[in-house]
Design a protein around this ligand. Structure first.
Ligand SMILES: *Cc1c(COP(=O)(O)O)cnc(C)c1O
Length: 378
């Protein structure tokens, strides 16, 4: 077959899709720069994985010649117990991004519509666009999801709504009351995907108790992940909670071994390591306070965040800031693609990480523009 015929095989929407640009890997940056750096680009847990998870990982390595339990029996049973749900209300994913896409594959086709917000997690858009469905984007209001605008954007064609709470990259949240109101005015057939990757960090009492909707049998899929507070991003494991009929529909399309055996074992152990979770949350709160106070002193503008990261508006070209910060040995994420051409997103790290970042930012904010030598996209 001629190579040029590939385009003829592709559905027409496929060639317009821009792939997800991940954070730059540490090894690659260190190789290019020739010196060590710190990665504050992907909101990973700066304290690392739970020691109990590491122990479980070591134990299960001897059995990696065997296929994983495709049903994820023990992990799903444990999660059901944790959340007061039935096992048949839980589905595992290779990270929650796997499930964001699985929703698209299960429900969307050309002619349907999926709604999300501008300046939200890029995978929501991909999940809609890769199925050839219509993508409807509503603007942010006060830097967070505008649930009123989303309700007004619903049409006969709308099947899925993706909500990030807290939202990445702004770090903002909507309240339980706002979500109640949205669910009350939506046509019941519309599925709401509630991505709560950062829920563990939220301290506000008006944050939604989303699993109550699941227990009440509403048309909601709540997504959680082991990539953030549990520190297992490299293993790729997350889960969704929904009503049994919804989970069954997703299971028909799900890739049979999407959650690998090492990840399942690690997640089970991580769930039981409450100390590691508590330590991670406490460290994030303390360091968030430190970083925001220092940013204020520096005169850098940022969006107050309920997550483990900050959107910082330096007022300068973010791609150039990215490169300059890289030369100061700190990897952040430029936010142009998300609609913030003068902002970077930075993960709250350990105290030494944060001091290094703030020192780097100080240098960058007082330095002249340098030539671009490294690009942010892989
Ligand atoms: C990090 C993140 C996730 C988690 O993705 P995984 O696939 O579970 O690693 C999900 N949603 C948002 C908005 C995130 O920022």
């Amino acid at each position: 077959m001629r190579r040029s015929s590939i385009n003829e095989l592709l559905p027409p929407w496929s060639t317009r899709i821009r792939p997800y640009p991940p954070g730059k890997p540490l090894e690659e940056v260190e190789r290019e720069l020739g010196h060590p750096a710190i990665k504050l680009a992907s909101n990973e847990n700066p304290l690392g994985p739970s020691p109990k998870a590491l122990e479980a990982i070591r134990k299960c390595l001897e059995k990696v010649h065997l296929y994983p339990d495709g049903q994820g029996y023990y992990l799903r049973r444990r999660l059901a117990e944790c959340h007061g749900l039935d096992m048949n209300q839980i589905i595992l994913g290779a990270g929650s991004t796997d499930l964001i896409e699985l929703v698209g594959k299960t429900f969307l086709t050309a002619g349907d519509e999926g709604i999300t917000s501008e300046s939200a997690f890029y995978i929501y858009r991909l999940a809609v666009e890769e199925m050839g469905a219509g993508l409807v984007l509503t603007p942010l209001r006060d830097m967070t999801f505008d649930l009123g605008a989303i309700a007004r954007a619903v049409t006969q064609r709308t099947k899925v709504i993706y909500l990030g709470n807290p939202n990445n990259p702004t770090g903002t949240m909507f309240t339980a009351l706002e979500l109640d109101h949205l669910l009350d005015v939506l046509p019941p057939r519309v599925l709401v995907v509630l991505d709560e990757a950062y829920c563990d960090y939220v301290q506000r009492p008006d944050y939604s108790r989303s699993l109550d909707y699941v227990r009440a049998g509403r048309n909601v899929l709540v997504l959680r992940t082991f990539s953030k507070v549990h520190g297992l991003a490299g293993l790729r494991i997350g889960y969704g909670c929904g009503h049994p009929e919804l989970i069954e529909a997703l299971n028909r399309i799900r890739s049979p071994f999407n959650a690998n055996s090492v990840a399942q074992a690690a997640a089970l152990a991580a769930l039981d390591d409450r100390e590691h979770v508590a330590r991670s949350i406490e460290s994030n709160l303390r360091e968030m306070k430190f970083v925001t106070e220092e940013l204020a002193l520096l005169g850098a503008r940022y969006t107050p965040s309920v997550g483990n990261f900050l959107l910082i508006d330096t007022g300068r070209d973010c791609e150039e800031d990215f490169v300059r910060l890289l030369h100061e040995r700190v990897i952040v994420r430029p936010m142009k693609l998300y609609g913030f051409p003068t902002s970077v997103r930075v993960t709250i790290g350990t105290h030494p990480d944060n001091e290094q970042f703030l020192e780097a930012l100080r240098c960058v904010m007082s330095a002249p523009v340098r030539l671009k030598t490294v690009t942010s996209d892989k």
